[in-house]
Ligand binder design. Structure first.
Ligand code: 13P
Ligand code: SF4
Length: 300
């Protein structure tokens, strides 16, 4: 265990700030300077003054922070922490779509590799995707890599024509609607709050669909006292911190992102003490990828 003073000394020595996603382990969220959803963390990363960013998230998040801050060191507590979905797009498919469709915008969920961002026109996160797609002048939208977020955006923006890709987050895609229905029977007053990465059958049962911060805001502001939460279990920590007297129910097959869980307290402290696991992004890729992230920050 580390106490607050030791942590402050270590952060000062490395001139570091700790960013953590809501899916990181509770004890990591507790020592982080900033905790949030993907969009919030990229906004924070864009304005960091310290020399070092310790990113308790997955690789694409660290890469975004590095692309937005090429002069800074971005360190991952565990360099194996990656996002499965980020690799579920074949960039050849993007090229083929560009040839096939005129007036096309390639809209890339931030859960993607730097290379995929290079082939895209704009990035989005789950909290701003609908707004950004609505603002784009293009008629045709190729939404990559997540089919589930893509479908959710398409429902909200019916005036555009969407082309989808078959990517998904295994944790949200494999969540069982039957488990949500069972929870609804057990807790008939509970509202179902779902992340848009969930599969269609789970989404159909939702009272609210939103990003991790959207889910947290909804639960905090609502007069309701019970919620069925359809997203990764890490969010429970912040839900409890915000309103411990409310009840939050998760599917029996606990949705757990093992990559996010590689961010343990030990691994964060280790990288803070010793350095290592620095994110490297070739400037040839970083330049064009930066444009898609900056466009997101401008449009959101
Ligand atoms: P949020 O942007 O909603 O935090 O989602 C990130 C993510 O990886 C969800 O699986
Ligand atoms: Fe990627 Fe899914 Fe993990 Fe989010 S929960 S980081 S989308 S694998």
């Amino acid at each position: 265990m580390i106490n607050d003073e030791e942590l402050t000394v270590l952060k000062k020595q490395r001139d570091a700030v700790i960013l953590a996603h809501y899916y990181a382990a509770p004890e990591v969220q507790d020592i982080a300077d900033y905790v949030g959803d993907s969009f919030y963390l990229s906004k924070v990363a864009a304005g960091i003054k310290c020399r070092t960013i310790i990113f308790a998230g997955v690789r694409f998040m660290g890469e975004c922070a590095k692309i937005l801050n090429p002069q800074k060191d971005v360190l991952m507590p565990d360099d194996r922490a990656d996002c499965f979905m980020a690799h579920m797009i074949d960039n050849e498919f993007i090229k083929k779509c560009r040839e096939k469709y005129d007036d096309l915008a390639v809209v890339c969920y931030v859960n993607s590799t730097t290379e995929t961002k290079v082939y895209s026109d704009v990035c989005v996160t789950s909290s701003n995707a609908v707004n950004i797609v609505r603002k784009l002048p293009n008629k045709n939208i190729l939404f990559i890599p997540d089919k589930n977020l893509g479908r959710h955006v398409a429902m909200q923006v019916p005036e555009k024509h969407f082309i989808f890709n078959d990517g998904f987050c295994p944790i949200h895609e494999h969540m069982r609607a039957s488990e949500i229905s069972t929870l609804k029977k057990l807790h008939p007053q509970a509202k179902v709050l779902a992340h848009p990465e969930c599969n269609e059958d789970v989404i159909k049962l939702a009272d609210y669909i939103g990003s991790t911060s959207g889910i947290l805001n909804y639960a905090a502001k609502s007069d309701d006292k019970e919620f069925i939460i359809a997203t990764e279990i890490g969010i429970r920590h912040k839900l409890m911190r915000a309103n411990a007297e409310k009840n939050y129910y998760f599917p029996e097959t606990v949705p757990k992102c093992l990559n996010m869980k590689l961010n343990t307290l030990d691994s964060v402290i280790k990288v803070l003490k010793n350095g290592g696991n620095a994110i490297q992004v070739d400037e040839k890729l970083a330049g064009p990828a930066r444009k898609t992230l900056v466009r997101m920050l401008e449009l959101a």
